[in-house]
Design a protein around this ligand. Structure first.
Ligand code: SAM
Length: 333
C-alpha cells in the first residue's frame, strides 16, 4: 500500500479505535508522531518516510554542519564507547563520528558500538544501504558494530538500549518531531551511562522561514499561515532545557548553547527548487501543485524573497547559503 493511501486511511479514522488497528495492519508504529500543528494533518514520520532519499540534498548540509560541531564538543571515543544515534535519519551523526575518529588522534584501532534508530523505515533503509556499501571495505573501520532499528524514540526501551549503557547519546534535530517529547527524552536519560554525555539539538532560527511565509502569502493570499510541523516553543533554549530536566536530568547538568549553521546550494534557483519540493506536502498536501505553472510561479517568487532576506548569503565561488541558528543542549548524568 502506498503512503498516500495509508495517510488517507489514518486521516479518515482519526480519533477512533480503528486507527490503532490500521497502524497494526500496516505495521506502523503505534506511537507514530502525529503532528497537530500541521494544517494538512500529515504525520512527521510519514513525511520523512516519503522524503528519505532526497533528505540529505534537501537539508543543504544544515544538520550535518551541526553534527560536525557536536563532534568537536564530544568526549573522546574509545573502545568502550557505545553511541546512540537517535532519530538518526540517513545516519549523518554516525558518519560524522566515524570521520571524527578517523581524522583525529584517537588510536587507529578504536572500535565503537553504535545503536541507530529512527521511526521512519525508509530512513533506516537508506542507512542500511550505506552500511552494506561500506561492508567489507575499510571505510567504516572505527565502527566496530552498528545495529539499526525502526522505532519511535518514545518506544526506545531497554530491549534496544539498556539502561545506563550509552556513553555518547545524540538526537540531532529529532526531539521536536516526537508526539511525546518527554517520553523520548526519558529514554535518553535512562539509557545514558553515568559519566556519559547526551546532545539534543533543535532549531532556534530556520533562516528560510520568513521567505517561505512571504511567498505563500503572496501566491495564496486567502490560505492559512505557513507553519512548520512543530511548535515554535522549541526555538527557546530554556524550553529545551526545562523539558530535559523534567525528563530526569539534573538542572546543573544541562547547558544549552547556540551555534550557527548554513544550508548551502550552488545557486539561489537550486535553493528555491529544493525548498519548494520540501514544502510541497506541507503547504499543498497530498494533491500537490494545481499545475506546473502554479508551482513555477511559487518557486520563482521564493527565489526573489530568499535573495531579499537578511539570512541570505551570496558566498562567491561557494554558491549561496541561508544562515540558521541551532540550540545545542549538552547533558551529563
Ligand atoms: C530532521 S531529521 C534529522 C535526521 C538526522 N538526525 C540528521 O542529523 O540529519 C528528523 C528525523 O526524525 C525522525 N523522526 C520523526 N519523529 C520521530 C520519532 N517520534 N521517533 C524517532 N524518530 C523520529 C524522522 O524520520 C527523521 O529521520
Amino acid at each position: 500500500m502506498f503512503l498516500s493511501e495509508q495517510w488517507y486511511l489514518l486521516k479518515q479514522y482519526r480519533g477512533t479505535q480503528k486507527v490503532n488497528e490500521i497502524k497494526r495492519l500496516l505495521q506502523l508504529p503505534a506511537k507514530m508522531s502525529v503532528n497537530y500543528y500541521n494544517p494538512m494533518d500529515i504525520t512527521a514520520v510519514a513525511a520523512f518516510a516519503n522524503y528519505a532519499n532526497k533528505y540529505e540534498k534537501g537539508t543543504g548540509g544544515a544538520t550535518r554542519y551541526i553534527a560536525q560541531r557536536l563532534m568537536s564538543m564530544s568526549p573522546a571515543f574509545t573502545n568502550d564507547s557505545t553511541v546512540l544515534d537517535n532519530a538518526c535519519g540517513t545516519g549523518i551523526v554516525t558518519e560524522e563520528i566515524h570521520k571524527r575518529i578517523s581524522f583525529t588522534s584517537s588510536p587507529a584501532n578504536t572500535k565503537i558500538t553504535v545503536v541507530a534508530a529512527d521511526a521512519a523505515a525508509p530512513m533506516i533503509d537508506n542507512l542500511n544501504s550505506k552500511i552494506k556499501h561500506v561492508e567489507g571495505t575499510a571505510a567504516w573501520l572505527n565502527i566496530g558494530s552498528i545495529s539499526t532499528h525502526v522505532v519511535p524514540a518514545e518506544s526506545l526501551d531497554s530491549t534496544i538500549v539498556p539502561s545506563d549503557s550509552i556513553t555518547h547519546s545524540y538526537m540531532n534535530f529529532g526531539l521536536f518531531f516526537c508526539s511525546d517529547a518527554i517520553k523520548a527524552a526519558e529514554h535518553i536519560y535512562r539509557s545514558l551511562a553515568p559519566g556519559g554525555t547526551a546532545f539534543v539539538t533543535t532549531w532556534k532560527d530556520l533562516g528560510y522561514l520568513n521567505a517561505v511565509r512571504k511567498t505563500e502569502k503572496a501566491c495564496n493570499p486567502g490560505g492559512e499561515n505557513f507553519n512548520m510541523p512543530f511548535s515554535a516553543q522549541w526555538e527557546d533554549g530554556e524550553y529545551v532545557k526545562d523539558l530535559l530536566v523534567r525528563s530526569g536530568f539534573a538542572k546543573e547538568n544541562v547547558k544549552v548553547v547556540q551555534e550557527e549553521s548554513f544550508m548551502r546550494f550552488e545557486a539561489v534557483q537550486e535553493m528555491a527548487r529544493t525548498l519548494t519540493e520540501s514544502f510541497t506536502m506541507l503547504i499543498r498536501g497530498q494533491k500537490g501543485w494545481q499545475s506546473d505553472e502554479v508551482k513555477n510561479e511559487w518557486e520563482s517568487k521564493l527565489s526573489e524573497n530568499l535573495v531579499e532576506d537578511e539570512h541570505f548569503i551570496q558566498d562567491g565561488e561557494n554558491g549561496v547559503a541561508i544562515r540558521m541558528m541551532a540550540n545545542i543542549a549538552v547533558c551529563t548524568k
